[in-house]
Design a protein around this ligand. Structure first.
Ligand SMILES: *Cc1c(COP(=O)(O)O)cnc(C)c1O
Length: 361
């Protein structure tokens, strides 16, 4: 060895890693910082976990996560050839880059959006083409034209948008897939909290460049399990499912528990509805206190401080943390006077409002 030598590639040395939200081990903390579902997972999924056989762990799992894919195909009314299961939605993001973009070719994003996108692009050695969203987080008219002009091979669009919660409707996604020369990956990590009538899955039959990302982390209260999936036409799915995916990246527990969780729509839908109701209550309560809250179709809301000169978002974040309440603060331009607050249980949300009243008094 050479003392002091750094062996990583230049781009890895120069890049900053992803900064995850804090995951404290203390259980008394009210965690409203990483958009987990505040309600427990399906009892049927927990029963599968309890009944898992030693044989299921001794052997390798199904290479395709077949039980889970069967359930997902039935739920969404698509062929299994249109689905691929991944180790969380985050693995699908990485696979989309590996599969559709050569290193050095640009990857398109809207700004602001999920802060993992540029990190994955940096690992892949692809430059980011970032198009700034309008004041109300809408896409500019020429979004697709800008991506095409930059010869972007893969555009990542989170919908409902993070961190604002804004929802682009089905017609917008339809038009965008039509207009883009490259692949459009619509990251639907939070779509379960949008109106049930919002459904872009039928569009995959019309656009062979449209991939949809889903995850069980948010809507199904299974962030700890690490299970996500992609939906798209077979020409997009096949190279991932057959070539670029890690063998066995979805383990036997995730296959079985994920299938049971998807099958129990009753539990999941009850949690989505509870989140929507609390989201409306929190939005109203924060607005009454002078915050500007972007209308959200997600399980969080983005709240701009009433008077950032007097109470900065960062100071408020820290004072909440001192009271054992975690929210997310982004030290980024445009977001640094905002708090992103995950929707909790009614009791957690009450505690948040109570603490804010003390802090802002
Ligand atoms: C949570 C999230 C994902 C996927 O998360 P996994 O836990 O890896 O499934 C993808 N995109 C966004 C914007 C998210 O917030």
């Amino acid at each position: 060895m050479i003392p002091g030598m750094q062996y990583e590639r230049d781009n890895i040395r120069e890049m900053a890693g992803y900064a995850p939200g804090e995951q404290p081990s203390a259980t008394e903390v009210i965690k409203l910082n990483t958009n987990e579902n505040p309600w427990p997972p399906s009892p049927a999924a927990m029963a599968v976990l309890n009944d898992i056989s030693p044989e299921a762990l001794r052997r390798y799992p199904s290479p395709t996560a077949a039980a889970f894919l069967d359930e997902a195909a039935g739920l969404h009314g698509v062929d299994k050839e249109c689905l691929v299961a991944t180790n969380g939605g985050d693995e699908l993001l990485r696979l989309a880059m590996t599969t559709f973009v050569s290193p050095g070719e640009p990857i398109g994003i809207a700004d602001p959006s999920y802060s993992l996108y540029p990190v994955l692009a940096a690992i892949h050695e692809s430059p980011i083409k970032a198009v700034e969203l309008l004041e109300d987080y809408d896409l500019p008219e020429d979004f697709a034209a800008q991506m095409n002009a930059a010869e972007v091979k893969l555009t990542l669009l989170v919908n409902p948008h993070a961190p604002s919660g804004r929802l682009f409707d089905v017609d917008r996604i339809d038009a965008l897939a039509q207009a883009l020369d490259g692949v459009l990956l619509v990251d639907e990590a939070y779509v379960d909290f949008a109106p049930a009538s919002h459904n872009v899955i039928p569009l995959i039959a019309r656009h062979d460049n449209l991939m949809i990302l889903r995850t069980l982390s948010k809507g199904y209260s299974l962030a700890g399990l690490r299970l996500g999936y992609g939906i798209g036409s077979p020409n997009l799915i096949r190279p991932i499912a057959e070539k670029t995916r890690d063998s066995y990246s979805v383990d036997a527990l995730a296959d079985a528990i994920g299938a049971a969780a998807l099958a129990d729509q009753t539990t999941a839908k009850a949690s989505w509805q509870a989140v929507r109701e609390e989201r409306a209550r929190i939005t109203e309560a924060l607005t009454e206190r002078g915050f500007t809250v972007a209308p959200s179709h997600s399980n969080f809301c983005l709240a701009r401080m009433p008077d950032a000169a007097q109470h900065s978002a960062q100071a408020t974040y820290e004072k909440l943390k001192a009271r054992n309440i975690l929210v997310r603060y982004f030290p980024a331009q445009r977001l640094n006077d905002c708090l992103r607050i995950s929707i909790g249980t009614p009791a957690q949300n009450d505690a948040l409002l109570c603490a804010l009243d003390e802090i802002l008094a």
